[in-house]
Design a protein around this ligand. Structure first.
Ligand SMILES: [Zn+2]
Length: 305
């Protein structure tokens, strides 16, 4: 996708979407480069006139060097130098890589629901569950840039001490147990019900089907616990919630978060926070990549670097 920027105004001038290749990292880089070239052609902009390229990728990754440490869903992405390789494939253009949720937070801050906020948390409830934390006007990166991986915030454990702590709990893809993602992400909700799409589970729950209701209620409790933890520990002024599940099922995502915060978070941070839907929809990661590229190129990216 190519967007032109003028201050906070933006216009998407070309778009090219294609499936992620599943055979090798080389194929993925080639597809990304072809997609960028195709967008540039469509927009009538010679490649060498582009100032920079932004690329949102699944983490964990090093946003300074463009090295992706580990992306289990992308073949060959283990300690993979995505930024440098994509730059080579695009005739040496400068490429800025960052986590998809970081890019989303940058876009929501620049032109979306978090405009002007200095303390906010971006949460995405989609196929997976992730986020990015902005505190005191700075994006929290942590020692190795995994801060904000809130999908792996544990929200449950087995209370019966004669059994293992993970007994009866879904195992998370990260290897741990009790993670918010393992209950509330779309993929996990669908898996728990034995279907391909979480929408089927929410539809069945709406019809009162008991097993679907159980799974949906657990998902609600997971995001509720997560929300209380985020509010008590990080004291955000805003929690911006996006992602396909949140967009389509706000009553099962935003509402349980709001209720739990009102009922049992500390009073002062509960009174100071608003839980709002994200504003930018499915383009948020790509728009964030474009804004991030501009800000880093101009040296104005301190708040998120
Ligand atoms: Zn996990």
């Amino acid at each position: 996708m190519i967007a032109t920027l003028d201050g906070d105004r933006h216009e998407i001038v070309a778009r090219d979407e294609r499936r992620t290749p599943r055979d090798s990292a080389d194929s993925i880089v080639r597809a990304l480069a072809e997609s960028a070239r195709s967008s540039a052609r469509e927009a009538g902009i010679p490649l060498h006139e582009l100032l920079a390229v932004g690329c949102a990728a699944p983490g964990p990754l090093d946003h300074r060097t463009g090295l992706v440490h580990q992306a289990p869903n992308l073949v060959g992405f283990k300690e993979f130098p995505l930024g440098p390789r994509l730059s080579d494939a695009l005739d040496g253009l400068t490429v800025f890589v960052d986590r998809d949720t970081a890019m989303a937070a940058i876009a929501e801050h620049a032109i979306g629901a978090a405009r002007g906020a200095r303390d906010f948390i971006y949460v995405t409830v989609s196929t997976g569950l992730g986020g990015t934390i902005v505190s005191g006007g700075h994006m929290l990166r942590g020692a190795t840039n995994t801060a904000g991986e809130i999908g792996h915030w544990p929200v449950a454990f087995q209370l019966d001490t004669s059994r293992d702590a993970d007994a009866d709990l879904p195992r998370c893809g990260c290897g741990s147990f009790g993670c918010a993602e393992s209950f509330a992400a779309g993929r996990n909700v669908a898996d728990a019900y034995g279907v391909a799409d979480a929408a089927e589970v929410y539809a069945a729950a709406a019809q009162g089907e008991p097993r679907a209701l159980t799974i949906v209620t657990r998902a609600e409790r997971a995001v509720a616990n997560l929300a209380v933890g985020l509010v008590n520990v990080l004291n955000p002024a805003l929690i911006v919630v996006g992602g396909s599940i949140a967009d389509h099922q706000p009553a099962h995502v935003l509402e349980p978060m709001r209720r739990a915060i009102a009922e049992r978070a500390f009073r002062a941070p509960a009174a100071a926070v608003r839980v709002v839907p994200a504003a930018l929809g499915g383009d948020v990661g790509m728009l964030g990549a474009v804004f991030a590229a501009r800000e880093r190129l101009s040296g104005r990216g301190e708040w998120f670097l």
